[in-house]
Design a protein. Structure first.
Length: 113
C-alpha cells in the first residue's frame, strides 16, 4: 500500500517536472477503471500517451467511495508554470486500509497521508 502510494506520488511529481521543463501541459488520467493510470502530454488539441499505463498492485484500487477528482474530472493536469490541479486520490487495499494522496495545485506539493 505504501509503495503504491509512493509510485502514484512520484508519477504526479514527474508530470509536474515534465510540464515545467517542456512548456507543455501534462496530465495523469485516472478514468480507465479502478487500477490503472496513464501519463499523457497535450499536443495541439489531443492527449498523447507518454508511455504505457501504470497498474496498481493486485490488492490495491482507487477507492470507489472517493474516486479521483481534480476539478470534477478524473485526471490531474500539470501546467508549464509549475501549478497542477488540486485534488485527492484515495487508495484502498483488500483489507479496507486506505491511503490518501493530496495534491495542492498552487504549490504542486504532493503529500501522502
Amino acid at each position: 500500500m505504501d509503495s503504491a502510494a509512493r509510485e502514484v506520488q512520484t508519477e504526479i511529481r514527474e508530470a509536474s517536472a515534465m510540464a515545467i521543463n517542456s512548456g507543455n501541459t501534462y496530465r495523469i488520467d485516472f478514468s480507465n477503471g479502478d487500477k490503472t493510470y496513464q501519463l499523457q502530454v497535450r499536443q495541439n488539441d489531443t492527449w498523447v500517451n507518454v508511455r504505457g499505463p501504470e497498474t496498481l498492485p493486485s490488492s490495491v484500487v482507487f477507492s470507489s467511495d472517493s474516486p479521483p477528482s481534480f476539478g470534477g474530472d478524473a485526471y490531474l493536469e500539470c501546467y508549464a508554470r509549475g501549478a497542477c490541479e488540486s485534488g485527492t486520490l484515495v487508495l484502498k487495499n483488500s483489507l479496507g486500509r486506505i491511503k490518501t494522496i493530496l495534491v495542492d495545485g498552487e504549490t504542486a506539493n504532493v503529500r501522502v497521508g
